[in-house]
Design a protein around this ligand. Structure first.
Ligand code: B3K
Ligand code: ZN
Length: 872
């Protein structure tokens, strides 16, 4: 497989002004006729390069004509899936007929079948699996799509834009014609056909235009779309208010499908969603999933401007739309619920998963310089770190100038395919802020480490912070440059009061420091007492920050910092310190023991009734095994698990009365609502239960069973079940069986059951997992089910990291099995194995030999890229 480089980018030699598509739909063989109104790109000057169209495996060319002239075989050739036509006029209509087989399409790219429907997924390069095309985002075209099908079986036939015509063919089939007036790249094309139910609504825009809203699902799911519909309307309103962006077509549709490689897709006017990211009901959906539905509905909707109206020039610029849109959806969710809680959740995810990616063999810049398979670059780095870059621009410019920058960006580039540099230029031009050095964030991979030391001079009232930055080496980037890092800082006195201080002539309680060199000193004056610094408030930059806090400092920040994020972060740091000590003891085979600081801190926190229960729940949540693994080098999974379990039990025993009361006081359940307040209450209650059950209390054991049986919502029922499973409750197995029986007709609930079942820590975990893959509820063709079982297994520390390597071997077998069938899913499954260099030596060797075994297979580009880079 060959590598594609950003530096080789060239403008397209041809343009396609209009694209007319006709689909004669049939499960076995669908015939696609395309009429492409093409011309040479004037930007290329006088050129004679041949016309090269992208195609894909599984696309059979059955007819080709230029204007009215049928091309004979000697005038074109097909090589490596490309269709090359030697002689062309400067302007012509190319008619191309292809035959595809939707029901044999297991990659879920292009046109495929899901349940009883037809649907498409074209981003990034799926359109070429439908017909030959200039399948690149900088070729934008106006699409008209005709769908022909048997109306009894496919009464609903959808594509982008507006329905403009409908009728009967001579053979008595139905045809529907759709037209999308906005030029778009092929990756935003979509088609859906099926026997679907619909929920209708209307949104009136700020300019008083009525937009028809429709959500389509299979009939049995239509009672679960109300929440998504409300979330959609909230998103549309928010984008008008926060960004001045109004919806542009007269109709906006969303369709839920069961088989989908990722969460959802922002096709123009016709979003397609994984049903797990759209459907919601109190009985079947947990709070987390509710919030996820809202965030993804918003994310895809926001793409209508950040992605569709203004799109990417090439796929190296993916973060242009994804980083910006993630930032937009994060801000939206913060506005809908709690800003601090949302920030804590996002940062916790970033620090756990994106930092691990940035430290591994697939580390890449937010704007990658090369790739083999673009599907592999829909990563946490492009999405989440990309969003952090946009957030830093927001911090550097301030809210008002940032808005001016985004207005300018949309106005200047509407209808264009542009680059990350264009985005930054708009921000600079609207604000006057120079972002030249800042732009390195786009091209430099790796997580910077910022080390901070301080000095206080009481006599002069000066306080000095010395900051150093260093970015570790990553693949293909042996040397690193200094980044422009915004570090938000406040100072607290020894009693926890905010101190105001003067820096560069500005007196304030909160300063943004511009760290731009490898080492820099910031001097504050007017400081009356030795301060405790509150560093990196709000997580103002995606870095690892080190400062030598005493436990007392951390406790003070945890209880008094005016920055909610840092209160959480200090508590995490305190717990991390404790856990790292315990992990060390476990590796050395010593008896585990802890200091009492964390216990005291938690006790004070629980006693402080002024606090938001959501924050209390977050602070009391111990750092995850995954986060501890990210911090460790090498990783000793068994020691991490043992340490975390020990600490949890110690806290549970020391604070059993507190946890019992927390549980009891938050227990009452009213009518389920997915609002911030109720979600907070449930999360605190369930967290308290998870501690309380670690004591010997018989009452706690009973509370778990009671809650499982009498919960009126999935959050509480599933929490009780997970707590039972993870605490090895004597009734856990029975409860799992009851749960399956109760929910066997709700696939999304069954997926949760699969995941929890695969995560059970028992000696025969691998046997259980193999059994799940034979279970009637399992289906290898369905990505959600694969992710549930193998994802659950991946988090099963004991089973996955078993010393005999059987866990790794099993995962490798599944990767090999899915490699050709669904390359995108297979490639995602490789992630746990990419950490092999960081594992303790015996495990590292075993992981490596599985990677080598995979590499010896005939691999898809997707899997080949990940595995070969791992072993490089
Ligand atoms: N843009 C899509 C992701 C497409 C992934 C293709 N492999 C969803 C999103 O980010 O909104
Ligand atoms: Zn997106």
């Amino acid at each position: 497989p060959s590598t594609i480089y950003l530096k080789d980018y060239k403008v397209p030699p041809f343009l396609i002004d209009k694209t007319e598509l006709t689909f004669d739909l049939d499960e076995a063989t669908t015939i696609v006729t395309s009429r492409l109104h093409m011309r040479r790109n004037p930007a290329c000057g006088k050129s004679t390069v041949p016309l090269t169209l992208d195609g894909g495996e599984g696309v059979k060319l059955i007819g080709l004509a230029m204007d009215d002239y049928t091309l004979p075989p000697e005038e074109y050739r097909i090589s490596e899936n490309k269709l090359i036509i030697t002689a062309t006029a400067d302007q012509f209509v190319l008619t191309c007929e292809t035959l595809i087989e939707p029901q044999n399409n297991t990659s879920l790219e292009g046109l495929y079948r899901s349940s009883s429907m037809f649907c498409t997924q074209c981003e990034a390069e799926g359109f070429r699996h439908i017909t030959y095309y200039l399948d690149r985002p900088d070729v934008m075209s106006v699409f008209t799509t005709t769908i022909i099908a048997d109306a009894d079986r496919y009464p609903v036939m959808l594509s982008n834009g507006n329905e403009v015509e409908r009728g009967k063919t001579e053979e008595g089939k139905t045809f529907v014609v759709w037209n999308d007036p906005f030029p778009k790249p092929a990756y935003l094309f979509a088609l859906v056909a099926g026997d679907l139910a619909v929920k209708n609504d209307i949104f009136t825009t700020q300019n008083k235009r009525d937009v028809k809203l429709q959500i389509f699902t299979e009939t049995h799911n239509i009672d679960k779309v109300d929440y998504a519909m409300e979330a959609l309307k909230r998103s549309m309103r928010w984008d008008e208010e926060a960004y001045g962006r109004e919806y542009d077509l007269d109709i906006f549709m969303i369709v839920a499908v069961d088989d989908f490689n990722m969460g959802a897709m922002e096709n123009k006017g016709l979003n397609i969603f994984n049903s797990s990211c759209l459907l919601a009901s109190p009985e079947t959906t947990t709070d987390d999933s509710y919030l996820r539905v809202e965030a993804i509905v918003a994310h895809e909707y926001f793409h209508n401007w950040s992605g569709n109206r203004v799109t990417c020039r090439d796929w190296f610029q993916l973060s242009l739309k994804e980083g910006f849109t993630v930032f937009r959806d994060q801000t939206f969710s913060a506005d809908m619920h709690s800003e601090t809680v949302k920030r804590v959740e996002d940062v916790s995810f970033l620090r756990t998963a994106q930092f691990a990616e940035d430290a591994g063999p697939m580390a890449h810049p937010v704007r990658p310089a090369s790739f083999i398979e673009i599907s592999n670059f829909y990563t946490l780095t492009v999405y989440e770190k990309g969003a952090e870059i946009v957030r830093m621009i927001h911090t550097l410019l301030g809210a008002e100038k940032f808005r001016a920058g985004s207005d300018l960006y949309f106005e200047r580039h509407d209808g264009q395919a542009v680059t990350c540099d264009d985005f930054v230029s708009a921000m600079e031009d609207a604000s006057g802020v120079d972002l030249t050095q800042f732009k390195r964030w786009y091209s430099q991979a790796g997580t910077p480490v910022v080390s901070v030391t301080d000095e206080f001079d009481a006599a002069s009232g000066t306080y000095r912070l010395t900051m150093k930055q260093e970015t570790p080496v990553t693949p293909n980037q042996p040397t690193k440059l200094a980044l422009h890092i915004p570090v938000r800082v406040g100072l607290l006195d020894q009693s926890g009061n905010e101190l105001s201080a003067t820096l560069d002539g500005t007196t304030a309680e909160d300063h943004v420091l511009h760290l731009t060199s490898s080492e820099q000193v910031f001097e504050f004056s007017g400081v009356t007492a030795r301060p405790i610094p509150s560093l990196l408030r709000g997580f103002s930059a995606p870095v690892k920050l080190h400062y030598d806090y005493t436990p007392a400092n951390l406790l003070l920040l945890m209880s008094s910092d005016s920055d909610g994020f840092n209160r959480w972060s200090s508590a995490q740091q305190l717990a991390v310190n404790e856990l790292q000590a315990l992990i060390g003891q476990a590796i050395a085979g010593e008896t585990l023991s802890i200091d009492s600081q964390l216990i005291d801190g938690f006790k004070a926190l629980i006693g402080d009734c002024n606090l938001d229960p959501a924050m209390v729940a977050l602070i009391l949540t111990l750092p995850s095994q995954a986060y501890l693994s990210e911090l460790a080098n090498p990783i000793y999974p068994a020691a991490i698990k043992q340490a975390r379990h020990y600490l949890k039990t110690q806290l549970a025993n020391a604070l059993s009365g507190e946890f019992e009361s927390l549980y009891t006081n938050n227990k009452s359940q009213g009518v389920y609502q997915a609002n911030a307040e109720d979600i907070a209450c449930r999360s605190l209650k369930n967290l308290a239960l998870s501690y309380w059950v670690e004591t010997d209390s018989e009452a706690a054991q009973q509370a778990v069973v009671q809650q499982f049986e009498f919960a009126n919502n999935m959050t509480d029922q599933f929490s009780a079940l997970s707590i039972a499973v993870h605490s090895q409750h004597e009734k856990a197995a029975d409860m799992l069986a009851v749960f399956y029986d109760q929910w066997k007709n709700e696939p999304l609930v069954v997926n949760k059951w699969l995941m929890l079942s695969a995560g059970q820590e028992s000696d025969d975990a691998l046997i259980i997992v193999k059994g799940l893959m034979e279970h009637p509820a399992f289906d290898l063709k369905n990505p959600n089910k694969v992710r549930s079982v193998l994802g659950g297994f991946g988090q099963n520390m004991a089973a996955f990291h078993k010393e005999d390597g059987s866990g790794y071997r099993f995962l490798a077998d599944q990767i090999i099995l899915l490699n050709k069938r669904n390359p995108q899913i297979a490639s995602r499954l490789c992630t746990p194995l990419t950490r092999w260099k960081k594992m303790q030596p015996e495990l590292s060797e075993k992981m490596k030999s599985e990677l080598e075994r995979i590499l010896a297979e005939d691999l898809s580009k997707d899997v080949y890229e990940v595995i070969s880079k791992c072993l490089a």
